[in-house]
Design a protein around this ligand. Structure first.
Ligand code: FAD
Length: 392
């Protein structure tokens, strides 16, 4: 298998890096201090068409594959930026591409591709359900001409910077379905028409990440807000999870590259005891090890993306790539901190900011424990250790 990039893919990577170069470390630090969303950055990427790479050409997108999408997000994070501000535009939109009706696709996708409509937010997690999605209780009750939603969501990211929100809700109570994962449905909610039916309470976290608790009360949505089949929402979400995991893995590979580059540069320049600190094996071996782990994670990410693009099953590869890449990024973050000594803690260098940001992907969008549970059961055939399917 050859995972070297084609000339077009190299050009794509270079073009994204050029956009990112306009947003230096000082930009990200100012945002981090002010806990502000990177509006200008997301606009620059949208204007360049980089967030629409997965939208088919007939709906105004670039019609490229997961390999190209993964390169975009890797480059964003390798350049010092944070793809979390905009990655959902890629994978949330996937639910619409794969399961939306033709009318929904014609209505929304060209507007999203042109940057006039933002689909940046997905509400799955609930406070009481946690990783066990089958226990969500947000309910969509069928009404004459649509549905009425009530419930509570937590950690719904970017909802304040989105026009559309994808919501997973029960349409049949859990005690009335044969399988606990049945009876859930996906809805595309137009936030501009939601009025005060959705109360948004920001959650402050250790990183600059716009995330929120949502309190949904009597939210009326039309019948055509339903995406895919009623009752099949969980399966539709699972379908998008492999894409999400491959893309998040790519961001982690980008983070790891950024930490390694900083570490290598500093290890060559910083002289202590009369020689560069990088001449000490105690400094260079951890850098070399983190580099090798990053390379391995990157190859697994490409393997997952290639399988995904070919329409082949990619659950094992996508989950493996997510775990390996998030761990490689976290290892590289630790290495960067050690290599920089006390300076690693200085806000000015950006290491501590990236250190905090890289930590998220050990937990989200699925915890690495649940990734291991998936691989143990679905790849290795071990007995199930938890209640619900976690991936397709
Ligand atoms: C900054 C941020 C942004 C997020 N954005 C979104 C978003 O936009 N939309 C959205 O829907 N969600 C979002 N999430 C939620 C995220 O997906 C969840 O936090 C994550 O899936 C874990 O769920 P939980 O926090 O409820 O942990 P829990 O499910 O309560 O788990 C707690 C711990 O127990 C472990 N655990 C639980 N069950 C098992 C088991 N059977 N075996 C072994 N270990 C187990 C977990 O691995 C974890 O370490 C976000 C979270 C954060 C922090």
């Amino acid at each position: 298998m050859d995972f070297s990039l084609t000339p077009d893919q190299e050009r794509l990577r270079q073009a994204v890096a050029e956009v990112c170069a306009k947003f230096p470390e000082s930009y990200w630090q100012r945002l981090d201090r002010e806990k502000r969303y990177p509006e200008e950055y997301v606009k620059a990427l949208t204007d360049g068409g980089w967030l629409a790479v997965l939208i088919p050409t007939e709906y105004g997108g670039a019609g490229l594959g997961m390999v190209e999408a993964s390169l975009v997000l890797e480059e964003i994070n390798a350049s010092g930026g944070n793809g979390a501000a905009c990655h959902a535009a890629m994978y949330t939109m996937g639910a619409l591409v794969r399961h939306g009706s033709e009318a929904q696709k014609r209505r929304y996708l060209p507007e999203i591709a042109a940057g006039r409509l933002r689909l940046q937010s997905m509400a799955v997690t609930e406070p009481q359900a946690g990783s066990d999605t089958s226990r969500i209780t947000t309910f969509a009750k069928k009404d004459r001409d649509g549905y009425v939603l009530n419930g509570q969501k937590v950690f719904t990211s970017r909802v304040q910077h989105s026009d559309l929100l994808l919501v997973l809700a029960r349409t049949t109570p859990a005690d009335q379905v044969a399988k606990k994962t049945d009876g859930m449905s996906l809805f595309l909610v137009d936030l501009r028409q939601a009025g005060d039916s959705i109360e948004v309470r920001p959650i402050e976290t250790m990183i600059n990440h716009e995330t929120n608790a949502l309190f949904i009360q009597d939210l009326r949505v039309p019948a055509d807000a339903l995406v895919g089949r009623e009752g099949a929402g969980f399966i539709h979400v699972l379908d998008g999870l492999n894409a999400e995991r491959i893309l998040i893995a790519s961001e982690s590979v980008g983070d790891a590259r950024w930490f390694l580059q900083k570490s290598i540069t500093y290890a060559k320049e910083r002289v202590v005891f009369g020689r560069p600190i990088g001449a000490n094996q105690g400094i260079q071996f951890p850098i070399a090890r983190a580099f090798m782990h990053t390379q391995a994670a990157s190859v697994m990410r490409f393997r997952a993306a290639t399988a995904f693009d070919a329409g082949a099953p990619s659950g094992g590869e996508a989950n493996t790539a997510k775990l390996l890449a998030s761990e490689a990024a976290w290892e590289a973050a630790e290495v960067a901190m050690t290599t920089h000594g006390g300076s690693g803690m200085a806000v000015e260098l950006g290491i501590e900011r990236k250190f905090r940001e890289a930590r998220l992907y050990l937990v989200a969008p699925v915890t690495n424990n649940l990734v291991m549970a998936y691989v143990a059961e679905h790849v290795l055939g071990l007995p199930r250790s938890y209640g619900t399917e976690v991936s397709a």
